[in-house]
Design a protein around this ligand. Sequence first.
Ligand code: SF4
Ligand code: SF4
Ligand code: FES
Length: 235
Amino acid sequence: MRKMKFSIYRYNPETDSKPYYKDYEVELEDQDTKLLIALMKIKDFYDDSLSFRRSCREGVCGSDAINVNGRNGLACLMNLEELKQPVILRPIPGLPIIRDLIVDMTQFFNQYNSIKPYVIDDRPMPERERLQSPEDRQELNGVIECILCACCSTACPSFWWNPDKFLGPAALLHAYRFIADTRDQATSLRLDELNDPYRLFRCHTIMNCADVCPKHLNPTRAIGKIKELMVSRAV
Ligand code: SF4
Ligand code: SF4
Ligand code: FES
């Protein structure tokens, strides 16, 4: 048994005139190793008004993205023993706050949807599935593992300043995922739609995105590859 101190951002727009931080000292069992477990204990035993999202608790659904001591991550993957106390918990930055640690993801998903996140291929359907070689499939590794948690986009200063114009690293990673997919026939259209001073080119290669991704993906690399493709088709 041990105790840990937390300071958590609280804001209920229906009852609070402004946000504030609330402190908790939480008793944890030895087997309580992850931050999400501590959050669930706080809600279950200390304060049932605390609001946060979570679902899978396995790093798969991407719903429990949170800012912990100034750094974005998934609560279910964060080891409590590595966190400096008091652990300061805030909503991921740059998106409107709905309540406590819950943000409005509409803008994030609008940007994701705008890159047409599906294979475009108007050719007649083959008798069986559209095939892809193992080598072509290899190019999608390090891209398709994205769980759309938004840790990267909400750590990106360019996305904070222009969330409606700059696509952000997550949507750009997915844009590259479909550009790189040999079954997709819309590469030219996709590059045309990205060729804009904001949508792609607001990325200044600060690398916050790759630094915080809990799945160890590298949106900066994908963004660089899109830029390379734009240059190579222009010459
Ligand atoms: S590398 Fe680009 S997308 Fe990633 S955090 Fe920096 S500006 Fe944002
Ligand atoms: S690239 Fe990583 S941080 Fe960004 S949304 Fe995908 S999984 Fe989350
Ligand atoms: S609860 Fe699903 S990723 Fe953490």
